[in-house]
Design a protein around this ligand. Sequence first.
Ligand SMILES: Cc1cc2nc3c(=O)[nH]c(=O)nc-3n(C[C@H](O)[C@H](O)[C@H](O)COP(=O)(O)OP(=O)(O)OC[C@H]3O[C@@H](n4cnc5c(N)ncnc54)[C@H](O)[C@@H]3O)c2cc1C
Length: 310
Amino acid sequence: MRSADYDVVVLGTGAAGLTAALRAAADGASVGLFEKAETVGGTTAWSGGVSWLPLNRHEQEAGIADDRETVLTYLDSLSHGLIDPDLAAAFVDTAPEAVDWLEANSPVVFETVRGLSDYHPEHPGGRREGRSVECPLFPFDELGEWAARVTRGYQLTGDIAMSETPLGRRAPDGVPASELARRRQRDERGCGQALVGRLLRGLLDRGVVPRTGCRGERLLVEDGGGRRARSTCGPPAASSSRPEASSTIRTSCGRSSGVRWSARSAFPRTPATGCAWPCGWAPRSAPCARRGGWRRSTCRSRGTASCPGR
Ligand SMILES: Cc1cc2nc3c(=O)[nH]c(=O)nc-3n(C[C@H](O)[C@H](O)[C@H](O)COP(=O)(O)OP(=O)(O)OC[C@H]3O[C@@H](n4cnc5c(N)ncnc54)[C@H](O)[C@@H]3O)c2cc1C
């Protein structure tokens, strides 16, 4: 058993964990960043890397008309009465600040994904573009040895940005082969890879080095408000090998951040009633939405490794 003290402990190295760790480190905290996988980036590294951050400065600079009430109206139209209005307002009020802070304090920069609409632009308050931003390509040679330690998925992890896919408008005829060859020289990556790469570079610059192969197990709350988190570092449990070590990590200021992924709280309900997901999971239909969560769809689609409901 080994023990270490940090002001802030972060479990997980997706966008949420990397951003939390970056903010804490920038505020002067000592940060322990732990990842249960052997590579960093989580689902974020597989993803399109498009962040829905309404009222961001890029939207405003592009002259796209939008305002707080319109955004809240849109979120309410998706909610089926389940989104907490106070949380929605807090998100809308701080999303522009998050963009500005990341751009001022890390290698993260954003740009509007031109041509990418809200999921439901036809809803009240919906917009045809402006609220979604992404990071430009990031040269992974700037990550040194960490370049090979970022998770690669099977989709959207290559050398193009989301705005260069059919969802965006920047490259309607595809990216020329000569440009793709140029990008390979410095291992330039787009989509979720660009977001993870930039956040990771920002953390390494601040001396926060993720520890991979470390799974957070428990949050232990002590009398007096002190908190400890227990993690196991070593091969994943599914492996036949025994874990190398078990650590107890203390968060001396009593704050602790962890990753809790919940389909119930992460996704607004949609009126989907059939199998909207190729993996065989679907959001509950509206009549079932009161209980939230996910249900197995009745179709016979097979599961895949990227299934969000598994
Ligand atoms: C193909 C694809 C495309 C997508 N495109 C988009 C998009 O364009 N825009 C969008 O908004 N969303 C998109 N998504 C969804 C998006 O990727 C996720 O919602 C988002 O990445 C979640 O970020 P996160 O940081 O919360 O979690 P993750 O990125 O999944 O990170 C969680 C991390 O925590 C680690 N972890 C879990 N438990 C522990 C533990 N106990 N101890 C230590 N570590 C732990 C995991 O290994 C993982 O690395 C897409 C998803 C997929 C699969």
